[in-house]
Design a binder for this molecule. Structure first.
Ligand code: NAD
Length: 495
C-alpha cells in the first residue's frame, strides 16, 4: 500500500495548499507505489518558515544539554526502527538492504554524537589586557535553516544536517528530495516524537526548483545547508548571497593503484567504491588510476570480479548492485556510456540497460567498465553517478597524482600502496577533502568533517564537531564584560 504523507509544520500535518501531489516509486519495480507526498508551493513554505521563526525564539533559549536529551531519545527510537527504516530505504531509493540499514545506522551514530555535543558547545575565555574585565567567545545559533537534501542517502544526509542544526539551537525547515519523501517523513516523525516542541523541525515536500529554491531564498531564512549536484549548489550560492550557506556537491573520485599495492585488496576496494550504491555516491570511485606495471593484471582481475556482481532488487537475497534511482538518472548514465564509446574508450564490461524478466519494471544498468581511458575524456572528467568505472594508466606516482587532481572536483581520493613514503606523498598532494590509504574512496565516519575542495564543496564542512557541523550551524559572539566601574580604553590605557 502506498503511504500518504504530509508536510509537518508546527507538529501538525498539512497537505499542499494547492492539493497537488508527487508520487514516489520503487526504482526496482515501478509498479510499486511507495508513497504520495505533497507538491508544496509558496504558501506551504511561508507557513513552515513562520512556524520555525516563532519556535526559534524559545528553542534558542532551551538549554543545549536538554536539546541533547531529546536528540538522544531520537537516536534510541531510530535504532529501534532500524530494520523497518532500512527496508524502506531500499524500497524507495533502491540501494541493497545492507546499505539501507547502513544509511539508518549513520543517522543513529550522528544522533548519539550530536546529543553529546549539547554539553560541549564550547567557546573560549581569555584574559583581558585591562583590569576587572573579562572576555569570552560563545557559539550562538544562526536562526532558521533551510535544509535541502538529495535522494542517495535518504535518512543519513538529512540526519547529518538536522541533528547538528537542532543541537546548536537553530530551527529547521527541511525539504527532502522529491524521490525519497517517505524516508524523510518517517525520519521527521521519529525525531518529533522524541519530544521536539512545535515548529522546531518542519518538513515541506516538493520539487527542487519550486519548493527548494523558494525556501532557500526566503527572506526569513537565515541559513541554508544543501547537499546535491554541483549545478544546483552553485546556483543556490549565487541566489542566496547574504545568507549563511554551505553546499556539499558532486565528485569524480579516484583510486590510485601503485605497482607495489596488494592487488586483491585494491580490487575489492575498487569494486565496492565503483559499484556499491550502484555508483550513486558522491564519493563513488568512478576513476581507477593504475600503475602501468600492474595495469594489465589489474584490468583482467577487476573485470573478472565485476562480472560476478549480482544485479537486482536490493531487497532480494544476494543482490550486490541495485537499480538507478529513476528514468532520468538511468538515461543520463546510458548517455555517458555512449559518450565513452564515441571517445574511443575501450568498453570491456557491461554498457547496457537490463530489461528482461525481473528487470523489466526497474531502472537497471549492468556494472560497466571502460579501459584505456584518457584522463581528458569526458567520462574521466564529469560526474556520471552510476555503475560506470574508468580505468586509466599512469607512469608513476607523480603522474597518478597529476591525473587524480586534474578534474574540477575534489571530494575524496584513495591510494593503494605498501610503501609508506608513497602513501605520505599521496596524503600530502592529493587535492581532496578526504584521503584514504589502502581503503576505497567511500566509508567516511561521522565524527570527522566531511566535504570537498573545488566544485565538490562550498562553505563549511558537514559532520564532525568543531571544524565541521558545529561550525556550520553556529556563529560566534564575543562578549567583553567590564566590572571596573569606570571607562577603560583597550590599546590606549597602558599605565
Ligand atoms: P540535485 O541537485 O538534483 O537535488 C538535491 C536537492 O536539491 C533535492 O532536494 C532537490 O529537490 C533540490 N533542488 C533541485 N533544484 C533546486 C533548486 N533550484 N533550488 C533549491 N533546491 C533544489 O541532486 P540529486 O540528484 O538529488 O543528488 C545527486 C547529487 O548529489 C550528485 O551530484 C552527488 O554527487 C551529490 N551528493 C553530494 C554529496 C556530498 O556530500 N558532497 C552527498 C550526496 C550526494
Amino acid at each position: 500500500m502506498p503511504e500518504k504523507i504530509f508536510n509537518v509544520i508546527a507538529n501538525k500535518q498539512f497537505p499542499a495548499a494547492s492539493g497537488r501531489t508527487i508520487k514516489s516509486l520503487n526504482p526496482a519495480n515501478t509498479d510499486d507505489l511507495v508513497g504520495i507526498a505533497p507538491a508544496s508551493g509558496m504558501a506551504d513554505g511561508d507557513l513552515a518558515v513562520k512556524a520555525a521563526r516563532k519556535a526559534f525564539e524559545t528553542w534558542r533559549l532551551f538549554p543545549a544539554p536538554r536539546r541533547g536529551e531529546i536528540i538522544f531519545r531520537a537516536a534510541e527510537a531510530l535504532l529501534k526502527a532500524k530494520d523497518e527504516l532500512g527496508r524502506l530505504v531500499t524500497r524507495e531509493m533502491g540501494k541493497i538492504l545492507s546499505e539501507g540499514l547502513g544509511d539508518v545506522q549513520e543517522a543513529v551514530d550522528m544522533a548519539f554524537y550530536m546529543a553529546g555535543e549539547g554539553r560541549r558547545l564550547d567557546g573560549q575565555t581569555v584574559p583581558s589586557e585591562l583590569f576587572d574585565k573579562d572576555c569570552k567567545s560563545a557559539r550562538v545559533p544562526i536562526g532558521v535553516f533551510a535544509l535541502i537534501t538529495p535522494w542517495n542517502f535518504p535518512i543519513a544526509i538529512p540526519a547529518w544536517k538536522i541533528f547538528p542544526a537542532l543541537i546548536a539551537g537553530n530551527t529547521v525547515v527541511f525539504k527532502p528530495s522529491s524521490f525519497t519523501p517517505v524516508c524523510a517523513a518517517k525520519l521527521v516523525d521519529i525525531i518529533i516524537a522524541a519530544g521536539l516542541p512545535p515548529g522546531v523541525l518542519n518538513i515541506v515536500h516538493g520539487a527542487g526548483d519550486e519548493t527548494g529554491e523558494y525556501l532557500a531564498t526566503h527572506h526569513d531564512v537565515d541559513g541554508v545547508s544543501f547537499t546535491g549536484s554541483t549545478a544546483v549548489g552553485e546556483k543556490l550560492a549565487r541566489v542566496c548571497a547574504g545568507k549563511d550557506i554551505s553546499c556539499e556537491m558532486g565528485g569524480k573520485n579516484p583510486i590510485i593503484v601503485m605497482d607495489d599495492a596488494r592487488l586483491d585488496l585494491a580490487i575489492e576496494g575498487a569494486l565496492w567504491a565503483g559499484f556499491g550504491t550502484t555508483g550513486q555516491r558522491c564519493t563513488a570511485a568512478s576513476r581507477v588510476i593504475v600503475h602501468e606495471k600492474v595495469y594489465d593484471r589489474f584490468l583482467k582481475m577487476f573485470v573478472a570480479a565485476a562480472k560476478t556482481l549480482k544485479l537486482g532488487d536490493g531487497l532480494a537475497k544476494g543482490t550486490q548492485v541495485g537499480p538507478l534511482i529513476n528514468e532520468t538518472q538511468m538515461n543520463k548514465v546510458l548517455s555517458y556510456i555512449e559518450i565513452g564509446k564515441k571517445e574511443r574508450a575501450n568498453l570491456v564490461l557491461g554498457g547496457n540497460r537490463k530489461k528482461d524478466g525481473a528487470f523489466r519494471k526497474g531502472y537497471f544498468i549492468e556494472p560497466t567498465v571502460f579501459a584505456d581511458v584518457k584522463p581528458e575524456m569526458r567520462i574521466a572528467q564529469e560526474e556520471i553517478f552510476g555503475p560506470v568505472v574508468s580505468l586509466i594508466k599512469a607512469k608513476d606516482l607523480k603522474d597518478a597524482i597529476r591525473i587524480a587532481n586534474n578534474v574540477a572536483y575534489g571530494l575524496s581520493a584513495s591510494i593503494y600502496t605498501q610503501d609508506v613514503n608513497k602513501s605520505a606523498i599521496a596524503e600530502r598532494d592529493l587535492d581532496a577533502g578526504i584521503v584514504y590509504i589502502n581503503a576505497p574512496t567511500i566509508g567516511a565516519e561521522i565524527q570527522l568533517p566531511f566535504g570537498g575542495t573545488k566544485k565538490s564543496g562550498l562553505g563549511r564542512r558537514e559532520a564532525g564537531g568543531r571544524g565541521g557541523a558545529i561550525d556550520m550551524f553556529t556563529k560566534w559572539k564575543v562578549v567583553y564584560r567590564d566590572y571596573s566601574g569606570r571607562l577603560q580604553k583597550a590599546q590606549i590605557d597602558k599605565d
